[in-house]
Design a protein around this ligand. Structure first.
Ligand SMILES: [Zn+2]
Length: 483
């Protein structure tokens, strides 16, 4: 009988509240706690988390390309008193500097009380998108003008259909005038769309494998429909588009061959869910880490070690190129840095002794598509910043695998700073994987580990993050730079 039982147990216990059993105490001591940071008593207040998310959303709305992200981060640096690194003169402890490379990557730092010691956070500012082909514009008999595109990075191509796209980029007129094109983001702007085949006629298309459902050569974007009113002219709609490009930006068809024009999902980031606890937006991989690491850097006063945040480019296509992490950029920075600070440092030694973070996103456990995840080793929304010992694919191929000593250093830092953190792998063994820039940082000898928020719908037009994880990533990067 329930009532009698209750009475018996209460009389058996010592006066006052019964303490935990030996095994309950052991469970408390030994078992890993996996809980949502939203309800952790020692974690950040909801007000802090939501306020930070609003600032991040404003950044994400403006930073639709790698160039725009770098522009915004440079402006953030200037607002906090950072000056150009390439300027003449030496740098004393406390000096704040930044350097933009080709408009597509940015490094900023504060000289530490010990200028010989470096804390470095590297992220990337590029995101999957549709670039234009060199000869993009055509008209083909459907009374439409279109732009042919070449996708950039790992995308599921079908996700980019029937989606309002904005165009951003840089072009030069034949006379050498540089023009920036930004169209599709503002109220009243036109957008661009790749229409999918109607279901009524998609019988053959729907039999295809998903990877080939929409082919690369089918990512053609509608940009015009109105012909010039002269029947004697060939390709009258294409010409009308060219006339528009010429009148508005001074461009001709040849100029497009030398331009960098990117099509990205149009519109602003959004709150997701009744509780608004999730943030949805394009380009969070990896602008969430670019933003949070620069916010962490610019919040510092006088760090003990030289604190540097770096946003590289071209990560989504393998980090190649002179703005990518696989260039010798860090080496060149170190050489220039040691010449500006006291101590007669060796640049190679300076880099090799650094502690670093490759700040990048990882996959979050998907509530619906659970198949490719091993749930106990996957990051979960809201449980904090993810420290990922290794990434890679197929037997840890192509990864920097962080050492136990360094993982402990960072775990201990998170614990002392009361920052919720978690760890995991990308997904099940041999089910795919991914790479980051950590291997390009670690090759200089520095310790490096991947750390960032987990993401749902990664590389899709609307990537999702937990606002709590975004805030904890910011706090973790800040604690790291201050450590
Ligand atoms: Zn990334």
């Amino acid at each position: 009988m329930p009532t009698a039982k209750k009475k018996k147990s209460s009389t058996a216990a010592s006066p006052g509240k019964p303490g935990p059993s030996r095994f309950q105490a052991k469970a408390e001591e030994l078992l890993l706690k996996r809980e949502s940071a939203w309800t952790r008593k020692d974690a950040s207040s909801h007000a802090e988390v939501f306020a930070f998310a609003e600032e991040y959303k404003a950044f994400l709305a403006a930073a639709k390309t790698e160039r725009l992200a770098v522009d915004r981060l440079a402006a953030l640096c200037r607002k906090h008193g950072f000056t150009e690194f390439s300027g003449k003169g030496k740098l004393a402890p406390g000096a704040k500097f930044y350097e933009v490379t080709r408009g597509k990557s940015i490094l900023a730092g504060i000289v530490g009380k010990d200028p010989a010691s470096l804390r470095l956070i590297g992220s990337h500012g590029d995101s999957p998108r549709l670039d234009l082909k060199p000869h993009p514009l055509y008209e083909d008999g459907a009374e439409l003008a279109l732009l042919r595109s070449h996708y950039y990075g790992g995308v599921k191509k079908y996700q980019w259909l029937n989606l309002p796209l904005a165009i951003h980029g840089v072009a030069h007129t034949k006379a050498g005038r540089r023009v920036e094109i930004h169209l599709g983001e503002n109220e009243g702007d036109p957008v661009f769309i790749i229409p999918d085949l109607l279901p009524h006629l998609a019988q053959e298309q729907m039999k295809k494998e998903a990877a080939r459902l929409v082919e690369g050569e089918e990512l053609n974007v509608i940009v015009g429909h109105l012909p010039v009113p002269d029947p004697a002219v060939k390709d009258r709609i294409k010409l009308a588009v060219l006339i528009h490009l010429h009148e508005r930006w001074g461009l001709c068809e040849e100029d497009l061959a030398c331009a960098e024009l990117e099509l990205v999902p149009a519109g602003k980031p959004v709150d997701v869910g009744f509780d608004r606890a999730i943030l949805g937006g394009y380009g969070q991989d990896d602008r969430v880490c670019a933003y949070t690491s620069f916010r962490a850097l610019t919040a510092l006063a006088r760090p003990a070690h030289t604190a540097v945040a770096w946003v590289s480019d071209k990560e989504e296509t393998g980090s190649s190129g002179n703005t990518g992490a696989d260039s010798n950029f860090l080496e060149r920075f170190a050489r220039a840095y040691v010449a500006k600070v006291p101590g007669g440092l060796d640049p190679v030694e300076f880099l090799s002794r650094a502690k670093s973070i490759s700040a990048d996103v990882t996959s979050a456990l998907d509530a619906t598509f659970k198949g490719p995840y091993e749930a106990s080793n996957t990051s979960v929304f809201g449980r904090g910043v993810t420290l990922q010992k290794y990434v890679g694919a197929g037997g840890k191929g192509g990864t920097n695998d962080a050492h136990a000593e360094y993982m402990h250093f960072l775990r201990d830092l998170a614990a002392r700073s009361r920052i919720p953190w978690q760890t995991g792998e990308f997904g099940k063994v041999d089910h795919g994987g991914g790479g980051t820039i950590s291997k390009f940082m670690a090759r200089y000898g520095m310790d490096c580990v991947d750390a960032g928020p987990c993401v749902l719908g990664m590389h899709s037009p609307v990537e999702l993050t937990s606002k709590s994880d975004v805030y904890q990533a910011y706090r973790f990067y800040r604690a790291f730079l201050e450590s």
